[in-house]
Design a binder for this molecule. Structure first.
Ligand SMILES: C[S@@+](CC[C@H](N)C(=O)[O-])C[C@H]1O[C@@H](n2cnc3c(N)ncnc32)[C@H](O)[C@@H]1O
Length: 323
């Protein structure tokens, strides 16, 4: 995972402009913890909100006062996207990440509040420790939420079960789940998608709905809602309440195992391996919506393009074995 890091080891602050604000996120790419780095998907997610906030479900008039929990928040970028649109966000992560997350939340909140004219629609952000699967942590944030969000939180098979279990425990019948994901491992991705499709109604956001710059063929955003309780109960071993976390784990683990033995990948789209028939935000079917890999402009590389090229190079280098 170390080689997959997207920032240079010397980058201690990321400046990110979104929804009319210049946010600054401190990070520590040299730490051993993944959560102390800003991951690209979080920026794609926040810019996706920016692009789609003029009408529809992401406009501030619809989001004002909605309760949001961010899982595996890291430096907190995605949560700020929702808070800038009026949501009351609880940004959560493991205890080791909480101090940096809290620093980023406090610093950016005071920057936003100082910009009087532009801070009217800002909701709020709180920070809390939430280790996936921990019943006390889940109860402490007072579910259910209107939205559960997370970016780059699925990167290893063993995390799928606890993450799903937590999402279900934090959900109510009207909860919307927004997850951003960068495909790094096809097997983890396929397993994740199949498991989600069993439990949730899944829509994949078309690239046309994302910011024209902040996107990449390997980064996807999913909009999901829990299937009716009967289906979830059947699929997840009848375990959706926080009192039954142990049974729920068994149910989800069973799901994960079923997928593992019964692997059927998602429908492949030419060149970029994402679903060929995907719903756009309003339910319209969009086909073959695959952009070419990042293009070089005539002049200098933008910061985003440099990040993406850095990421690709890191991956290539990881694959080259010097003998
Ligand atoms: C790849 S980082 C992504 C961070 C951030 N969401 C972003 O996009 O920049 C994965 C995050 O998941 C968190 N995470 C991993 N396992 C977790 C667990 N069991 N409980 C809570 N958070 C976890 C990590 O601490 C880390 O912040």
């Amino acid at each position: 995972m170390e080689a997959d890091r997207l920032n240079s080891p010397s980058t201690s602050v990321i400046t990110f402009e979104v929804l009319g604000h210049q946010l600054q996120f401190s990070q520590d790419p040299n730490s051993k913890h993944l959560g102390t780095t800003v991951w690209d998907t979080s920026m794609v997610f926040a810019k996706f909100l920016e692009k789609n906030c003029r009408k529809g479900r992401f406009c501030p008039s619809k989001l004002k006062g909605k309760r949001v929990v961010e899982l595996g928040a890291g430096c907190g970028v995605a949560g700020f996207g929702m808070a800038l649109l009026g949501c009351d966000v609880v940004s959560t992560d493991q205890i080791e990440v909480v101090p940096l997350l809290r620093r980023n939340v406090e610093r950016n909140t005071s920057r936003i509040m100082q910009m009087n004219s532009n801070s009217d629609s800002f909701g709020s952000i709180q920070v809390a420790e939430l280790d996936w699967g921990n019943e006390d942590h889940i109860k402490a944030v007072a579910p259910p939420f209107d939205y559960i969000i997370g970016t780059d939180v699925v990167y290893a098979e063993h995390l799928l079960g606890p993450l799903l279990q937590t999402i279900i425990a934090l959900s109510g019948s009207k909860t919307t789940i927004l997850l951003g994901h960068e495909i790094r491992s096809t097997s983890v991705h396929e397993q994740m998608l199949q498991t989600w499709k069993n439990l949730f109604e899944v829509k994949i956001v078309p690239k046309a709905k994302m910011d024209s710059k902040y996107q990449h063929p390997s980064i996807q955003i999913f909009i999901m809602g829990l299937k009716p309780p009967a289906v979830v109960a059947e699929k997840a071993d009848n375990a959706v309440s926080t009192e039954k976390l142990d049974r729920k784990t068994q149910g989800i683990d069973q799901q994960v195992n079923e997928v593992e033995t019964n692997k059927r990948g998602p429908d492949k789209e030419e060149n970029c391996g994402i679903s060929s028939d995907i719903d756009d935000l309003d339910g319209e079917i969009i086909k073959k919506n695959c952009l070419p890999l990042t293009r070089l402009p005539d002049g200098k590389l933008s910061e985003w393009e440099a990040r993406r090229y850095g990421s690709m190079a890191a991956r290539l280098l990881r694959d080259i074995k010097i003998t």
